[in-house]
Design a binder for this molecule. Sequence first.
Ligand code: PLP
Length: 426
Amino acid sequence: MVHDQTFYGSDFDALNAFDPDIADVLLSELGRIRSGLQLIASENLSSPAVLTALGSTLSNKYAEGYPGRRYYGGCSEVDKAETLAIDRAKELFGAEHANVQAHSGASANQAVYGAFMKPGEKILAMSLPMGGHLTHGTKVSFSGKWFDAVHYGVVKETENIDYDEVEALAREHRPKVICAGGSAIPRLIDFERFRAIADEVGAIFWVDAAHFIGLVAGKAIPSPVPHADVVTFTTHKVLRGPRSGALVCKQEHAAALDKAIFPMMQGGPQMHTIAAKAVNFKEAMTPEYAQYAKDVIANSQQLAASLLELGIRPTTGGTDTHLALLDLQGIGVTGRDAEARADAAGIVLNKNAIPFDPQKANIASGIRVGTPSVTTQGMGIEQMKTIASLIHRAVTEGDADPDHPVSQEVRAGVTELVDRFPAYPR
Ligand SMILES: *Cc1c(COP(=O)(O)O)cnc(C)c1O
């Protein structure tokens, strides 16, 4: 479309003139992203196109309901955005139905409970300390307070999902819903096995693909969509879209899930975010994105292999995805100390419990690293080797003090990398 407008929604100069405090935060956050290595496995750097849709006047519009059946007037334009987002999500994932209104991954998950379960009924999901998620029935979450959660874990020797345990618990408890997916699972999930178990006990099979859906979109790993009744996901992790959520499902569950999102769980949808999701789904259909998804995995495999060579063991022995979970017990450092030492040197990652972790969650024996952001910046195999040695040096000999000589030395290495592969290049 030819521009005949001078204003689309975002105006940094106007913000800066009115509220320099917040304008400063925007700029200094951009500076923080650019100056360090972002290795948080659940983060990425979304495109200027996505950010533009987010910063638009679509934020103003109330549009409770779905395209063509709204509870407000004036929805002709936002209907177009939501219809594009729905059609693109269906095409991208080969899905029968899509709902793009969830405000986040947790909201999409809430809709699964809302659609299929009554309070007190049973869900079978991965336990949080073994790699699951808060919304999979932990006591501090609505999911564990209102529903009866039974949890499976991993096999001690392989640190992979214990499918025999899943099967035994499913037979014993006859859950309403069986969930696969989590936040710290470095390996592929056997969706066929889960499907067979769910069929045997008559359960709904739900895949929470929040972490890895971007790899599915890029066709770099197998898709859960043909196997699952419903797949929920976030759009801001590997997928690289706006901070939000969505779900795809079989047609037979479409009405129940749509009703669970609205009016059961949410009010008005965020139309600016839905427009940004449409942009993101279009990006994810490109050959460039497919290559990106493959590179993300190649990079994380190299990072894990290089760390192993340096004596830092990846759980399960490596990774098939965008993340590696590293066991620091062999080098005698806690996850908490490792996170602080890396942070002081400009490497942003998070402490994480590993399977059978002897430490409390706020200390932890592991760290989780992911390659979505650094791969977006264009880094490749050689840079992963460098990053592994920077992590190793910071974690084993570094200090939480940014002025410590090792912090300074590692930070110099980080600066060299981010100067060559900048985030949001000028
Ligand atoms: C990130 C994540 C979520 C939650 O997503 P939010 O957008 O933070 O609510 C849910 N499930 C899994 C497995 C996740 O990794």
